[in-house]
Ligand binder design. Structure first.
Ligand SMILES: Cc1cc2nc3c(=O)[nH]c(=O)nc-3n(C[C@H](O)[C@H](O)[C@H](O)COP(=O)(O)O)c2cc1C
Length: 169
């Protein structure tokens, strides 16, 4: 799949077959995450791989929109290290770029994935940090539920000419 096709056909997948994601596939996804652009090329991201069913169940309990995680079989928590990037806005942008790369890579290899937000919701970042034992300088930005697709979705054309401003607003 070429990059434009991947971008235009990717959708959030929230239903999964429950089949495990192989180490080989996971490696592809992580490598895509590491290739993201980052402010000053600081690469402040860390990836916590969660496959343990009890941990995924626990996340689904406190995350109101993360109920698909246990069935996905794999969660990738994308975290930012504030010692590597002190500007939180950049930290979040960098980790978000890594998340998007992972979503596109998952789609490219035929897996389904959905980005579940964490930061800046303290009621989500706090229990996540506690559960995963994150150091205080590490912010969990988002968790990606990834697995084998249990649903198919059509691509959505969101092109909107009214949001394009030539030279000035
Ligand atoms: C910052 C962010 C947080 C999101 N959080 C969730 C979430 O917690 N649960 C969920 O099911 N989807 C979540 N999504 C996915 C969006 O709902 C989804 O991208 C949007 O509805 C567009 O659909 P598409 O991804 O299929 O194109 C999030 C997306 C972003 C960018």
């Amino acid at each position: 799949m070429d990059v434009l096709e991947a971008i235009s056909t990717r959708r959030s997948i929230r239903r999964f077959t429950g089949q495990t994601v192989s180490d080989q596939d996971l490696d592809v996804l992580l490598r895509a995450g590491f290739q993201a652009p980052s402010a000053h090329n600081r690469q402040p991201w860390h990836f916590v791989i969660v496959r343990d069913k009890e941990t995924l169940d626990c996340i689904a309990e406190f995350h109101p929109y993360g109920k698909m995680l246990p069935n996905a079989g794999c969660g990738i928590v994308v975290c930012g290290d504030s010692h590597q990037q002190a500007e939180t806005g950049f930290l979040v942008a960098d980790c978000s770029a890594a998340i998007q790369n992972i979503l596109l890579a998952a789609h490219g290899i035929g897996l389904g994935a959905v980005w579940c937000g964490l930061y800046p919701k303290e009621d989500l970042t706090e229990p996540m940090s506690k559960l995963l034992g994150l150091p205080s300088n590490v912010i969990p930005v988002g968790i990606i539920a990834v697995g084998h697709k249990g649903e198919q979705k059509r691509s959505a054309d969101r092109y909107d000419r009214s949001k394009i401003h030539l030279e000035r607003w």
